[in-house]
Design a protein around this ligand. Structure first.
Ligand SMILES: NC(=O)c1ccc[n+]([C@@H]2O[C@H](COP(=O)([O-])OP(=O)(O)OC[C@H]3O[C@@H](n4cnc5c(N)ncnc54)[C@H](OP(=O)(O)O)[C@@H]3O)[C@@H](O)[C@H]2O)c1
Length: 343
């Protein structure tokens, strides 16, 4: 039997919605539709905004985080954080392929899903280990990929946990490459995080010698690391939730010049106004952060009379997975950093 290509046949409630906005999905993995793939899940990469919110709610404690994840999946049939609305992605082995699926993988191949966990039916049997520092969770369970679900085979020349971390944020570096032009002043808000370093490296590459890439980090420890990577021309510490002081600090760094492009890759809410204030008239703000509020950004920009283009960070772009893996491989210090943090 064929299911709907977008997965609406798995929506339990409310009926009629697509799987992402739906509250609950049917995660019964004993039945497989002819246009679905069944995956034996190995590891979940929980979205950074979601993981941060869960840790804030239950504490920085492995078993409590595990309990919360199990509770969400039990209630919703998917790892869709009800507070942040975000998901993450997973790696696993292909277990069964529906007979109508013509895909370039075989049973037993290890793949990473490139569609959000917030729309992926997930049946968790057990949480094996929560990696609090990596935002990754080793599990036993099964997941379903719909006909339109994008996935990538994992590269065999890097550890799976490293590839998972890079692929989780693969939409950001390729979009940065599209937005940044030679000579641009670029501000990366959250430059010390995993998408932050990827975007900084790409921004530096595309802004060229006449451009300026400035990293805003939250904690001092990221300063040395970013400088060593050579991805930024300047780096400064600020709390992006404090819009005015962030703007003042940024103006000091640039000598009064606003940014042509601002890239927001933080994992906390309430950073829309810092991003908008630091952007010049006619410039671009790229909100990749899942904690971004459309309302706060739209009304906030209007409120200060700022005419800027604001882009929602689409998690998908053509070729984004290969692009993200390639940029890490082409820069040894970047690869070393990812190995240190996520291997
Ligand atoms: N659009 C999409 O499709 C998509 C896909 C995946 C992820 N995301 C989102 O992208 C964002 C970044 O993900 P990630 O995995 O790169 O996150 P990450 O590695 O956790 O990095 C987030 C960074 O934000 C910084 N930060 C936290 N609070 C801050 C503040 N008040 N001011 C300035 N910086 C602050 C953190 O700095 P400290 O560590 O120093 O606090 C950290 O370096 C998240 O919101 C995630 O949900 C979006």
């Amino acid at each position: 039997m064929r299911g709907n290509p977008f997965g609406t046949h798995r929506v339990v409630e409310p009926k009629g919605l697509l799987p992402q906005p739906a509250w609950k999905l049917d995660n019964d993995t004993t039945k497989l539709y002819d246009n679905e793939i069944l995956i034996d899940v190995l590891t979940l990469n929980v979205d950074a905004a979601s993981f941060t919110q869960i840790k804030k709610e239950v504490g920085n404690n492995e078993s409590k985080v595990a309990e919360k994840i199990l509770e969400i999946v039990q209630k919703r049939g998917k790892m869709h954080n009800p507070v942040t609305g975000s998901g993450g992605m997973l790696i696993g082995k292909v277990k069964k392929i529906g007979k109508d699926m013509n895909v370039p993988v075989q049973i037993g191949d290890t793949i990473a899903t490139l569609v959000s966990l917030s729309l992926t039916p997930l049946n968790l049997k057990k949480i094996v280990k929560v990696h609090l520092d990596k935002e990754q969770v080793d599990v036993e369970g099964e997941a379903i990929l719909f006909e339109t679900g994008v996935f990538a085979k994992l590269p065999c020349d890097m550890p799976q946990s490293v590839a998972l971390a890079i692929l989780d944020v693969a939409g950001a570096p390729i979009q940065t490459a599209r937005l940044v032009s030679p000579g641009d002043t670029v501000l990366i808000i959250g430059a010390g995080g995993k998408s932050g370093v990827l975007c900084s490296y790409v921004a530096k590459k595309y802004a060229g010698p006449t451009g300026q890439v400035i990293g805003l980090v939250h904690s001092e420890r990221s300063i040395d690391e970013l400088r060593k990577l050579g991805c930024v021309d300047e780096v400064f510490v600020a709390d992006a939730q404090d819009a005015v002081s962030t703007y003042e600090k940024f103006m000091k760094v640039t000598g009064g010049k606003s940014a042509d492009v601002v890239i927001n890759v933080v994992n906390v809410p309430d950073t829309e106004m810092a991003s908008i204030l630091c952007t010049q008239e006619g410039g671009v703000v790229y909100f990749f952060s899942m904690a971004t509020s459309f309302t706060k950004a739209a009304l906030g920009a209007e409120g200060i009379g700022k005419d800027v283009d604001m882009i929602i960070g689409n998690g998908y772009a053509e070729n984004h997975a290969d692009f993200a893996i390639e940029i890490v491989k082409e820069n040894e210090p970047l690869l070393e950093m990812f190995m240190r943090r996520y291997a």
